[in-house]
Design a binder for this molecule. Sequence first.
Ligand code: CUA
Length: 155
Amino acid sequence: MKMHLDEKIWLTLSFGMIMIFMLITGYQTFAREMGPPSHKETIDPQKVDETAPFDEPGIKKIGENEYEVVMTLQLFSFTPQNIEIPKGATVHFIMTSKDVVHGFEVAGTNINAMVMPGYVQRISQTFDEAGEYLVICNEYCGAGHQMMSTTITVN
Ligand code: CUA
């Protein structure tokens, strides 16, 4: 096969670009840990109330300014409601849904998670700034979806 010089140049350039993009993506995923979460943990959605740790939703202190929040999401609320934590606290949220797909978005932070029935969602966040953070459900879950909210107060 005879190839024109221009063709060779363009082929080399496009192949080079693809390699560069893949290297950047690989670097972000593996070196910077910016890849999508790969955590998978399941739960029987019919038995959330009887399954640890969701049989006792709430806030638990687990270390020096470190907290664990076990949370259930259901039509149309978050349990526990109105969480209060001290400034600088690192919070590990462990969540599941008792019915349909809900969202867990904390305004003013990077937290934005989908919480699905049958799956356990884990997400950690350090709250360095005091204030009242609005928590909303950002997945349409039914007639009361727009009322599904709560707060996290950092002080
Ligand atoms: Cu829950 Cu929308």
